[in-house]
Design a protein around this ligand. Structure first.
Ligand SMILES: NC(=O)c1ccc[n+]([C@@H]2O[C@H](COP(=O)([O-])OP(=O)(O)OC[C@H]3O[C@@H](n4cnc5c(N)ncnc54)[C@H](OP(=O)(O)O)[C@@H]3O)[C@@H](O)[C@H]2O)c1
Length: 288
């Protein structure tokens, strides 16, 4: 039995679809089972659990031998994910698969708080006595969904990045397909998998979206101070503004490029989805 934590999010929903496709035996630990059933379908086993509540995790993971661990950006990510690691040990699971961040930020002294957090959790998982596999994806194509209103309303995308900087992008469905393979086959213990397709620039990604919706979308590089001001205006908490601007700074310098391997294809059994695939499958979100 696989215990899935983070099933209702962007990557998690795609993982549930991939595990269903494989006919895997899995259970999702979710904060709100009714809301989760809406998102995941009535045919998925759901159990109420919260990463902030260690006892609920132990109850939810009872009987699981493998655990998939993901949670969104949060200032309490380390503490909460460590609750899951401890619960996995307590219930006698034997393998944890963690969705981490991109390699460039996973360091003890990373300038990105979330990167330092992922590093701490990864290190704890590697020494906890269970088998482990770490998935480190690149820049999510799905991040462009956060810009859908800008695209629909203004016909442009504003980011503090050069239009032509190379980013190692990945569609979360590819991460999910790789994760489903790792969770349902042997030979992945002790592996850190860096997952991204080839380099794609922001301008190329925007152009793929424009082509699908039949509209020219301008890409505007804004100064970092402007981007920080806009995030604050939208009411983002300081820690998240700090994290996003640090990441954009790293990306702007060309340090978030493709990992340059064929792991998506090897693990998922198909070629990495392209920005054109992403745009076609999400056209409705960008139209209007
Ligand atoms: N964006 C990128 O470009 C990028 C690149 C590389 C790596 N990453 C990493 O990817 C991860 C985020 O993945 P994502 O975007 O797929 O996640 P997401 O859409 O933000 O989903 C987060 C999931 O975690 C669950 N969750 C949050 N707090 C919880 C709690 N206290 N108890 C139980 N469940 C909880 C959420 O459940 P609810 O439905 O209850 O909220 C949701 O299912 C982060 O670790 C990030 O560092 C992101």
């Amino acid at each position: 039995m696989i215990g899935v934590i983070g099933a209702t999010g962007s990557t998690g929903r795609a993982l549930v679809a991939a595990l269903k496709e494989k006919g895997a035996d899995f259970r999702c630990l979710v904060r709100d089972p009714a809301a989760a059933a809406e998102k995941l379908g009535g045919d998925v086993e759901l159990v109420q659990a919260d990463l902030a509540d260690a006892a609920s995790l132990e109850a939810g993971l009872a009987g699981c031998d493998k655990v998939f661990l993901l949670s969104g950006h949060s200032p309490v990510m380390v503490e909460q994910q460590m609750n899951a690691v401890n619960a996995a040990k307590a219930v006698g699971a034997n393998h944890i698969v963690k969705l981490s961040g991109g390699s460039v930020i996973i360091k003890e002294d990373s300038p990105a708080m979330i990167g330092r957090g992922h590093w701490q959790i990864e290190e704890a998982i590697k020494t906890c006595g269970l088998d482990w596999t770490i998935l480190r994806p690149g820049f999510f194509m799905q991040n462009f969904l956060n810009m859908a209103e800008m695209i629909k309303g203004m016909g442009k995308v504003m980011m503090p990045l050069p239009a032509d900087v190379g980013l190692g992008m990945i569609d979360v469905r590819d991460t999910a397909d790789a994760a489903a393979t790792v969770l349902t086959s042997d030979g992945h213990a002790g592996q850190t998998y860096e997952l991204s397709g080839p380099n794609v620039s922001p301008a190329e990604a925007i152009s793929a979206i424009g082509a699908v919706i039949g509209k020219e979308i301008a890409f505007v590089q804004v100064p970092m101070e402007g981007a920080i001001g806009a995030m604050k205006e939208r009411g983002m908490p300081d820690w998240l503004v700090d994290h996003q601007s640090t990441l954009m700074g790293i990306a702007a310098e060309g340090n978030m490029g493709s990992f340059g391997n064929d792991l998506i294809e090897t693990l998922s059994g198909h070629a990495p989805r392209t920005p054109a695939d992403f745009a076609k499958d999400h056209a409705a979100a960008f139209q209007g």
